[in-house]
Design a protein. Structure first.
Ligand SMILES: NC(=O)c1ccc[n+]([C@@H]2O[C@H](COP(=O)([O-])OP(=O)(O)OC[C@H]3O[C@@H](n4cnc5c(N)ncnc54)[C@H](OP(=O)(O)O)[C@@H]3O)[C@@H](O)[C@H]2O)c1
Length: 258
């Protein structure tokens, strides 16, 4: 099937697991050139090895740590060198949180912001001059995570408005997934910075990463501004938050989100 992403160079962060891994498989079937990034090189190699053999010749591995923002300019330069340019950056890598604000040390707040916000915008800023084309609700136990994701909304909404004039061929698509059955709740940080190491029921019964990846690729193909991909509860919550914020505030304080 022809796709607007055929032959495009696509850089995926967080490609070693969950949604990023599923995106790799979805995009590998579209005759794309892929750059896979995250910290764990061996997991990236595993994901690459699971792709069809013919697609593997067009897949490169580029390990990086989003918490080390001073190294990300080098990573962006290295990524551009791999195929000569980048068409699409999918900012997917990240970690979550499982602790009340009062239990969360400031170091943990900073760590989540460093990975989910500063790491993400750092890669984006380094790439903007090189592109050849192309958190909505807050819930308990997620103060730092919600802050980082809300910050990304603000950053990318402003960036989209800036690019419209200066670089109209660069598009910004925001993806807002609901609960998806990945490792995100295992690596989510508790208040002291240790990992939760347990999968939440909401994630275990969430959408499959493959389903979410398919919706993400469709949204990027047609250059959507923003999409919600979630089960009925999260999607309803997003709309309640937008149109009836008072009602939403009463519901979310009782929500079972752990
Ligand atoms: N699952 C959900 O319900 C859900 C819902 C809404 C949004 N999301 C978002 O979707 C994205 C992907 O999450 P997921 O659910 O697929 O979780 P996941 O399975 O835990 O995957 C997270 C990915 O991020 C990478 N990562 C974590 N810390 C990193 C760092 N310091 N530097 C570079 N890469 C790092 C991990 O790779 P390494 O460990 O190899 O570094 C992994 O590939 C996240 O941004 C998450 O916030 C998920």
């Amino acid at each position: 099937m022809p796709s607007s992403l055929n032959n495009k160079v696509i850089w995926i962060t967080g490609a070693s697991s969950g949604i990023g891994e599923a995106l790799t498989y979805e995009l590998a079937g579209l005759h794309t050139k892929l750059i896979l990034s995250s910290r764990r090189k061996e997991e990236l190699e595993r994901v690459k090895g699971n792709c069809p053999v013919a697609a593997q010749t067009n897949i490169r591995i580029l390990p990086l740590d989003l918490s080390e923002s001073s190294t990300l300019k080098l990573s962006a330069d290295a990524a551009i060198q791999l195929f000569g340019h980048i068409d699409v950056l999918i900012n997917n890598g990240g970690i979550s949180q499982r602790a009340l604000a009062k239990e969360t040390t400031l170091e943990v707040d900073r760590k989540i912001m460093e990975i989910d916000y500063f790491g993400t915008i750092s890669l984006t800023k380094h790439l903007i001059p090189h592109f050849s084309i192309t958190g909505i609700i807050g819930t308990p136990y997620r103060t730092a995570y919600a802050a980082a994701k809300h910050a990304l909304q603000g950053f990318f909404n402003s960036l989209r408005a800036e690019l419209w004039k200066e670089s109209p061929s660069i598009y910004v698509t925001m993806i807002c997934p609901g609960w998806t059955n990945t490792n995100l709740s295992l690596t989510a940080l508790k208040g002291d910075g240790s990992a939760q190491n347990k999968k939440d029921d909401t994630h275990a019964s969430g959408l499959t990463p493959a389903f979410v990846a398919h919706k993400i690729v469709k949204a990027i193909e047609v250059r959507k501004r923003e999409i919600y991909v979630g089960g009925w509860k999260e999607t309803l919550a997003a709309y309640l938050h937008r149109y009836t914020p008072g009602l939403f505030a009463k519901i979310v304080r009782k929500a079972k989100v752990k």
